[in-house]
Design a protein around this ligand. Structure first.
Ligand SMILES: [Zn+2]
Length: 398
């Protein structure tokens, strides 16, 4: 085979691996469509990659016809997604086919400490790996979602006071030492935005805003299918827009932030007289069960959050606003007033009227985003391409 033919074949292989990677799994016909290669070329390359252990294939059906689904081989490695929330820890294992192999949540105490929470996370990772018959050697990377703005360059929380006791700690280093693999740290709203834009309600849109209405409120911004985090990772921190100059002090050091008005403390406080001491989860469940007081405070939070989101919409002109986080489990109780508050404040356009919808991935969005951040890392992509060296060596006799 001549040098240029061999280079072309290698480029085509790279293209096929990258395409399967991006979609998780595709049939050979879909692969031909997505890459622009002929079905014959796709078939030849898939056979080679299968022999080299780079991809796996299995039978499936498309529009009633038999087809072969191509996925990246499991032995390429596993990804771990961790979401450390305000009151909950969630860990998931996934492979390059984007399948979640195992997942578990644990409650976390109020104001949980960094060292014990990372200990628990590391233990849970080991447990889940055992459950799927794997070990930490197979893990290519770990993605962590945190309820705080994160500086992408260092993986550290970039605003003091956001998670008490977690300042100035190199979270990525601590966990990377424990588990012996690269760790990618990001804000939970950014990772929720990534997940919804790849797999959820924003997947057919290029520009979207993901609103995470939970213990606090944050937003993740996706422009041109890329998450925009800003220089220090604080883009979309809409919970810290000042709405009451005479309001209460916020943990960020400002006064009267949106989070002091619609955060968990404000919502539970509003119901203390009538409902006694409730948790945020109690209020969400109450609203789902039709309790008028619980529904009322969540609807008011929706209106209030919508006012701030309208500012983002004016600035960014997204095609869709996706609403997630614990409060969004109430569906239209939260989303309808939020949508209305935005519609009253933004410019209606004839080209692509803004949609405001509930998230599709539910409470798992952030770990799916954390897994996705690992799949997109250079380590994972490099490891998938590695067996190519074997395939190339085998070609020497051609
Ligand atoms: Zn604040």
């Amino acid at each position: 085979m001549s040098g240029s033919q061999s280079a072309l074949r290698e480029a085509n292989r790279g293209l096929i691996i990258e395409t399967v990677h991006r979609h998780g799994g595709l049939t050979q016909v879909e692969l031909a469509g997505a890459t622009g290669l002929s079905t014959a070329t796709v078939s030849t390359i898939v056979k080679e990659l299968l022999a080299a252990g780079v991809v796996d294939t299995r039978n499936t059906t498309r529009s009633g016809r038999r087809a072969q689904m191509v996925t990246i081989a499991r032995r390429v490695g596993l990804a771990v997604g961790i979401h450390i929330g305000v009151r909950q820890l969630r860990v998931a294992l996934g492979d390059a086919t984007r399948e979640v192999l195992a997942e578990q949540t644990l409650p976390l105490p109020h104001e949980h400490r960094m060292d014990t929470s990372l200990d628990r996370a590391a233990l849970l990772v080991t447990e889940l790996l055992e459950r799927v018959g794997s070990s930490v050697d197979e893990v290519v990377g770990v993605g962590i979602a945190l309820p705080a703005p994160v500086d992408a360059a260092t993986g550290m929380i970039s605003v003091r006071g956001m998670m008490s006791g977690w300042d100035e700690i190199h979270i990525g280093h601590v966990l990377s030492k424990r588990l012996g693999c690269p760790v990618f740290v990001d804000n939970d709203a950014n990772l929720g935005a990534l997940a919804e834009s790849v797999r959820g309600a924003a997947r057919f849109f290029r520009d979207s805003v993901f609103v995470r209405a939970s213990y606090g409120t944050g937003a993740g911004i996706v422009l041109g299918s890329q998450v925009h985090v800003g220089f220090a990772g604080t883009a979309g921190e809409i919970g810290h827009v000042q709405v009451d100059p005479d309001g209460q002090m916020c943990r960020c050091g400002s006064r009267g932030c949106r989070d002091t008005v619609v955060g968990a403390a404000a919502l539970t406080g509003a119901l203390r007289e009538t409902h006694g001491t409730l948790t945020l989860r109690d209020i969400v469940q109450g609203a789902i069960d039709g309790d008028p007081g619980c529904a009322r405070v969540i609807a008011e939070a929706g209106s209030s959050i919508g006012v701030v989101v309208a500012g983002l919409v004016i600035a960014l002109n997204p095609q869709v606003v996706v609403v997630g986080g614990e409060l969004a489990e109430t569906g239209e109780v939260l989303v309808a007033p939020l949508r209305e508050a935005i519609r009253q404040r933004v410019l209606p356009n004839q080209i692509a009227p803004l949609e405001v919808v509930a998230a599709e991935l539910g409470e798992g969005a952030e770990v799916i985003g954390a897994l996705e951040s690992v799949f997109r890392s250079t380590d994972f992509v490099a490891r998938s391409a590695d067996p190519l060296v074997m395939a190339r060596d085998g070609e020497a006799d051609d």
